[in-house]
Design a protein. Structure first.
Length: 221
């Protein structure tokens, strides 16, 4: 399974078509969007991005998206994965958008306790999925101490960090200067980078009935 992961376009979709022209992306199976789809709105602008793709789109909002974007995602052809789950072939996905609190009082922030309680419920779904399924967590905020460092230190979510070990891959965003791929134990964590700058990631997952493998390549238009 080939997945295009993007994040943080902040309402600027000018580089998306350039990405989609890359040879390596001609046979992708789905697109993951890790939030900050707009730049504080308008909410309906998300439809413009979703319509650019001909394959299934799975998305969560970011902290710079208004909460009204949930209704837009729910009414679109995309799958809103915020506080939600879906299984596609041998891939079980759970998602949680927005972020832990920031100093900027952005529209889609939640305290760590709320994030943790919601993820606990979603983890029950993961634990019931077939053992050989690949487990993917799509968030906007990164886990604490992983792809989350800025000039004042680590700013990721302590709640999300508690669930990393249960997943095979975590796709996150939020920290623009922390684009990269890291391993935490057996879990691969990727921040695709800002889509408005042409950054993205290509994720390749093993097929059903094969040994579980996760390969990630950072790409740029």
């Amino acid at each position: 399974m080939k997945i295009l992961a993007i994040s943080d376009p902040h309402g600027n979709y000018s580089k998306i078509n350039d990405l989609l022209k890359l040879d390596m992306l001609q046979n992708i199976d789905m697109v993951l969007i890790a939030g900050d789809i707009t730049d504080f709105g308008p909410d309906y602008k998300a439809i413009e991005l979703i319509k650019m793709f001909t394959v299934p789109v799975i998305a969560v909002p970011g902290n710079c998206d208004n909460r009204g974007i949930i209704e837009v995602l729910n009414s679109s052809k995309a799958i809103n994965l915020h506080n939600n789950f879906i299984t596609i072939e041998n891939l079980t996905l759970i998602g949680f958008g927005g972020s832990n609190p920031t100093p900027f009082n952005t529209p889609f922030e939640m305290d760590e306790d709320e994030i943790e309680q919601c993820l606990k419920e979603l983890l029950k779904i993961v634990e019931k999925s077939p053992e050989n399924n690949i487990k993917l967590l799509l968030t906007h905020a990164p886990p604490y101490e992983t792809l989350d460092e800025i000039n004042i230190g680590h700013v990721g979510s302590r709640a999300i960090k508690k669930f990393v070990d249960y997943m095979d891959i975590v796709v996150c965003a939020h920290i623009h200067e922390a684009r990269g791929v890291m391993k935490v134990g057996d879990t691969t964590i990727v921040n695709p980078g800002m889509a408005c700058h042409g950054y993205a990631a290509l994720i390749e997952l093993s097929k059903p009935n094969q040994k579980r493998t996760v390969n990630v390549e950072l790409i740029q238009a």
